[in-house]
Every structure is written in C-alpha cells, then in structure tokens.
Design a protein. Sequence first.
Length: 557
Amino acid sequence: MDEQQIAILLEAASRFPRPQGVKLSYGTAGFRADASILSSTVFRVGILAALRSLKTQAVIGLMITASHNQVSDNGVKVADPSGGMLTQEWEPFADSLANAIDAEDLVRLIIEFVKKENIQFGVKSAEILLGRDTRPSGESLLEAAKQGINSIVGAVATDVGVVTTPQLHWMVRSRNKGMQASEAAYFEQLSNSFGCLMDLKPKETTANVMDDKLTVDGANGVGGEKLEELKNFLKEIVIDIRNSGKKGGVLNEGVGADYVQKEKVVPHGFGPNDVGMRCASLDGDADRLVYFRVLSESNKIDLVDGDKILSLFALFIQEQLSILNKENMEAKNGYPVRLGIVQTAYANGASTDYLKKLGLEVMFTPTGVKYLHEKAAEYDIGIYFEANGHGTILFSEHFVSWLEGKNIEFDKTSKGSEQQKAALRLLAVSKLINQAVGDALSGLLLVEAILRHKGWSIQRWNELYQDLPSRQLKVKVADRTAVVTANAETVVVKPSGLQKVIDAETAKYPQGRSFIRPSGTEDVIRVYAEASTQEAAENLAKSVAQHVDQFLGLGSN
Ligand SMILES: CC(=O)N[C@H]1[C@@H](OP(=O)(O)O)O[C@H](CO)[C@@H](O)[C@@H]1O
Ligand SMILES: [Mg+2]
C-alpha cells in the first residue's frame, strides 16, 4: 500500500466515526444493529469487500439487510466469489475492522492485514456488487458502503439496486462464472427450469388433485415485490401475493416466515377465508421459506417448516435417482451418486427419523447456514435446511456434467425413456434451485413443481410424518459466551455440571430431547425441547431454562 492509498483511507475513514460503547460482531449472518449506528460498520465492510475482491481477483457481493429483524434494524453481509458466505477465515478481520477505535487504528489494521494476506494493489481492479432490501435506511447505508469501496484505489462499486439476498448471491456467482448476471437472467433461469419440470410431469398426475393457487405472505419486504415480477414469467401456477409492502404494511411486523414459524399463527392479511388453502411465507430478505395451512380454529395454522420442505425435496431427488439408477448401476459406467442430508439440532426429531427411514445419510452441523452449506458441498447432491426454512440443494459440478453426458447418451439410445426424464428433471432442479445460498423464491417454485408432479395437496405433504411437539425459549444471562457446546451444539461442555442436569430433566420425558446454545444474533441463550406431548415439551423447556438461569442467570453475578 502506497502513501497515496493510506492518505485516501485516512481521509475517508475520518468521515465515518465509530459509535461509542458498542461492540459489533460478524455473528451468524453478518453485522446487525439499529440502523442509526451502522454507517461506520457498513463503510468498513465496503473496504473489506474491496480487499476480498483484490485478494480473490473475483467479483464480491455486499448486501445491506437485517432479514427478519424489525424495520428499524439493518445489517451488512459479504458474499464470496462462489456466491456463498464470506469465508470464515476473514470473520476475525471483519470484527476487528468494525471495532477499530478511530481512522488511524483502522488503517493500521488494514496495512497489517494486507501484508499478512499478501494482497496486491494495482494488478487487477476490484469489483463489488451492492444490493439492499426495502428498509428505508438502506439508501444512506449503501452510500457508506460505496465510500468504503471507493477508498480503495481501483475498486469499483456496482449498485444492483433493491434485490433479495439470494438474488445478490446468485448474481455474484454468475458473474464469476462468466454468465449473465442480470435480474432478467435470474427470472429467466427460474421460470425456464420450472417450465421444464412442468413439461416432465408424469401424465397420470395431470388430473388435478391439488389446488393450482398458492397464496404468499411477502413479509412486506423485497420478496413479495420480486415475486410479483417473477410470476409474470410463470405458467401453470396462480400466485396471490399478500403483504407485498405496497399497501403500507410494516416489514416483518406480524408477518413473514420467522413470525409464522416461531409463533405458529396466521400472519396479518390471512384469515377465515383462507382455511385449508396452501399458503407460504417469506422472510424480510427472501432467503427463508415456510408453508402453512390455515385451520378453522381461531388463528391457528398447520406449519409446514424447513424440515418438511427438506423431506419433500429429499423424497423427490431420491425417486429420480432410483429411476435413473435402474439401469445405470448395472452398466459399466454406473455412477454411485452420493446424496447427503444436512440438518441442525433444531430439526424436528420426527423429520430426522423419517429421512433415516428413507435410507438417507443425515449429518448435523452447528446452527448457521455457513456450516450447513459447507457440509452439503461434500456430496454429489447435498440437501440442507434449517427448521426455520433456510436451505437449498447443492449439486457438484462433476455430477452435473455426468448428468449432461448421460442425457446426450440417452438421446442416442433411449430418447424419451423414463431414465432420460429422470436425468432431465435432476438437471432442471440444479438450475431452478439457487446454488449459491438458500432462496425462498427458487425453493417455492421447486415445492410447487414437486407437488404438481406428485399431484399432492399441502395436507398430503404435511402427512409425510407428524412433528414431535416442541418448544423454544430464550434466557437472558450475564454472559452468553460462558456457554460452550460440542457435538453440533447438542452437548454443553461449559459450565461444567449443566449438561448433567439437562440429561436428568430430559430422561423424565418419553421421546424427550433438549439442548441449549448461545444465540449468534441475539444476546440470549436459546433453549430447545421436544417430547411426546406439547405439555411435556413445554415443561421440559421450562425446567431446562430454570437450570440455565440458576447456572448463569443475571442474578448469579
Ligand atoms: C434457532 C434459529 O432459528 N436460529 C437462527 C438465528 O441464529 P441464532 O444464532 O440462533 O440467533 O438466525 C440465523 C441467521 O438468520 C439462522 O441461521 C439461525 O437458524
Ligand atoms: Mg433472511
């Protein structure tokens, strides 16, 4: 870094002083806080994104969003060249940049890091795609990000406007693969591959067992807006969008996937007229998706969560693989496809049992899609989902080229055969479902395609297995970092003795399971419990929470 670069950084950084008395952490999904204190953080993440682009010599993404948090919050996260999350190796640097005391301290950290990482200036220019959700604070924070990027000589900020988080990740991935990366290209890829799956539907299920219409809760955010546009490209599906943000509803207030999944009640805008209908809910930046069915009893719903979306996807993929493999496994060029499922400890125990009974390999990682994604990428086809509805299906490049080769072979040997159709369906899924990150819009289209393929109603789908009753609680403690866990967060290692009492409580309940972990996005310890009845799950959660409070509670200090 030369003198001129250092001077530019010092001057720019002095315009973005850090707020006093706040400690920021990159956390489970980037920095999040009240929008009014975020300018300096976003400015600094702009610098980080430019450095990441110089280091990788590839296009990087920067997204301004606080997802399902309240509208007055905002946040910022970085997409790596693959379209996935920022490498975990750079998270400590992100933390230290965000917390640097002043411009001098910030520049000192940058100089040290640039040296350590051997980042070259002036060799190639850096490019960063900038996106934001519909939050009113997004515009001024975008300006802060641009100034951060512009303070690195040769770095270019390209504003892609208001987009969903998965759209931005998709664009970064596409750009780095030398493909079309516009929003129009995104809509075209999704609608074309959805159309392919519709064309490949078995003839006998075209008799309509299910309702064509889907009603979507857009969380009053960007997802509803984008779905309005996407639906113009779609055939064979009627989508009614509510809470699209146009009629003045507030983002995430009594609406959205997080609210529906956690509270298990109907979102605003839905009511008695919707009883029995197939409904879906997106979160504030449209990377989470859950389905639900409104019940006649007050505002209750049947929740069809991320675990059930995962199960539907796993069932469909497994069926296609078995059709494809009928001949393939006996052939000389047979390909033993590795299909892997990735969940977290929050996955309902009944879903894990169901998947294992299908003969599938189920793996567990800690909470946070960065961990699930990494694990799923180890398979030819890796399906991952958090119970809250964030997930996708990853196809290895090797497997996709094998499928393409197979398809050409079928053209010559058995055009139009069931095997060829299975191969084409899998190829269409690999294009429809976002390969960069969990995407509510592409996930929704895949669910709709599979339901049509099978001729299933939401009720039939929900009956794949019955969820075990569960309960989640939060406990405020003096210091949540005092809790250390192991085995994908299922065992408490510290404070010692706590796991023993959790085990003793759990043993009192048939089918009991309970674990605790510090949240990565809120200052709380989360408690999860499930058991054979709702009452038992509530009691187990309550008694575990009491033990947490006794070991670590605010009163204990
Ligand atoms: C129990 C739960 O839903 N936890 C969520 C939540 O993380 P916590 O670390 O639990 O606060 O937000 C994350 C980011 O959106 C998401 O990945 C995760 O699944
Ligand atoms: Mg989100």
